[in-house]
Design a protein around this ligand. Structure first.
Ligand code: TRP
Length: 426
């Protein structure tokens, strides 16, 4: 089947063209070595096909060091629909363009498509970037080409929802502390405007802001080296840029946000703010021309949207702000519940034993840890798929003991013969 017939069948508007602007051509490659992967990359970012193999990033994206590729792939979407590849790596810069062209069989013909529709078709085929095991990996090859930056302006926000958890600490705050050590410009803020989406009681919100600030300081956030502020103190600027950004954001993109889908189901009246939440978040970042945003994995999708909005702004009005990069921890990007290794550790969980709060007493924490679910195999191994609970606990140990750059095997060896009981005591 050709891509054109696939798109026709699925009802996406497109054209088959014979003359097109090559700058908007998206080339397809099948990469082999690790998981068979379709790479869709804008011709502009490619250089020569041979240079692809020089991209060290491919090794990490594929999990293999011996990658080979097949060039000249046509009808790449059809390969995806026939399950000939297990993952897709998509050059994010395709979203800078009004339309893109995918090569299809036939002399010099290409399918003209709206970049948003490319994302939708892939999602339709089961390739999205949100699930726990994403089959779509968006990657900014334009950025990769420019090399890693050594200077960054870091920004991140946290909702002052009180009751901060070990999940907040391991997913975000511990990373903030690392950035502070590494970079000179660090901004962190309490996203109280974002908290308004759940209609808090004003006095309660004020208390929670205070409590969150105290907890952050207690976690060791060094305020000599970082600025900590309340979003609403500069609320006018955030809201104003948010408005401008809202005009550049297709509404459908907001509806794709997993967090919106989850949260809107839980609320009787869904305020518009719940939906436009990621736009304000994009403004929070771009307002300060920040380049690096340390966040937990749950914010990955929001950051992706932020990058698109910033690109679209720059494309339309001239370069005004850098496209920021998310910094999501590799180990423990999602801290799981202590009682169920499938669920995320969440303060809204009814079972409070699944969640360690930063303000829990040491006794309470040790009680929760002792009762944490494990399995009957006494040999501790990292195995996300089959042993999520043990993997969660081992990962916590790994990060909290500062050994996150060590291989998993070193941690496993540390607990050799000690069993789950030994791990929980740590
Ligand atoms: N949405 C983020 C969260 O819930 C908080 C947040 C708001 C944020 N604005 C931001 C994080 C800007 C990083 C950058 O955790």
């Amino acid at each position: 089947m050709s891509d054109a017939s696939l798109l026709r069948e699925k009802g996406y508007s497109h054209n088959v063209v014979h003359e097109f602007d090559r700058r908007n051509l998206v080339r397809g490659f099948v990469l082999k070595g690790g998981k068979p992967t379709l790479l869709l990359i804008a011709e502009e970012n490619l250089g020569s096909p041979e240079s692809l193999l020089d991209l060290p990033v491919l090794e990490s994206l594929l999990g293999s060091s011996s990658i080979t590729y097949e060039d000249g792939v046509v009808d790449g979407l059809s390969l995806v629909s026939q399950s000939k590849v297990e993952q897709v790596i998509l050059d994010e810069s395709v979203f800078d363009r009004e339309c893109i062209y995918l090569k299809t069989a036939g002399r010099n013909s290409a399918v003209e498509l709206n970049p948003e529709d490319l994302r939708k078709v892939l999602a339709d085929l089961g390739f999205d970037s949100e699930s726990d095991r994403p089959k779509l990996i968006p990657y900014d090859f334009g950025y990769a080409a420019a090399g890693e930056m050594t200077r960054h302006r870091v920004i991140s926000g946290i909702q002052p929802s009180g009751d901060m958890t070990l999940g907040n600490y391991l997913g975000a705050i511990i990373n903030w502390k690392k950035q502070i050590e590494q970079y000179d410009e660090n901004f962190f803020f309490l996203a109280d405007l974002h908290s308004l989406t759940v209609l808090p009681d004003p006095a309660d919100l004020r208390d929670r802001i205070r409590q969150t600030v105290m907890t952050l300081v207690a976690c060791g956030l060094d305020l000599d080296k970082a600025v900590l502020f309340r979003q609403s103190d500069l609320g006018g600027y955030h809201a104003q840029l948010g408005w401008i950004f809202s005009c550049l954001t297709p509404e459908g993109r907001l509806e794709q946000m997993t967090q919106f889908k989850d949260k809107s189901q839980k609320q009787q009246v869904v305020g518009t703010g719940l939906k436009t939440y990621p736009i304000l978040m994009a403004a929070d970042i771009a307002l300060y021309q920040a380049t690096l945003v340390p966040v937990g994995d749950d914010q990955r999708q929001h950051l992706e949207l932020c990058r698109e909005i910033v690109r679209r702004f720059n494309h339309r009005y001239g370069y005004a702000m850098p496209v920021p990069k998310a910094d999501i921890p590799k180990v423990l990007a999602r801290v799981k519940s202590l009682t169920d290794g499938i669920k995320k550790m969440s303060k809204s969980d009814e079972n409070r034993d699944g969640c360690v709060y930063l303000l829990d007493s040491p006794d309470e924490i040790s009680r929760k840890m002792k009762r944490a679910k494990t399995d009957s195999d006494p040999t501790l191994r990292f195995d996300e798929e089959n042993r999520p609970e043990v993997t969660n606990l081992l990962s916590m140990f790994k990060v909290l003991s500062g050994r996150d750059s060590e291989p998993d095997a070193a941690i496993e060896a540390h607990f050799e013969g000690k069993g789950a009981g030994g791990l929980k005591k740590n």
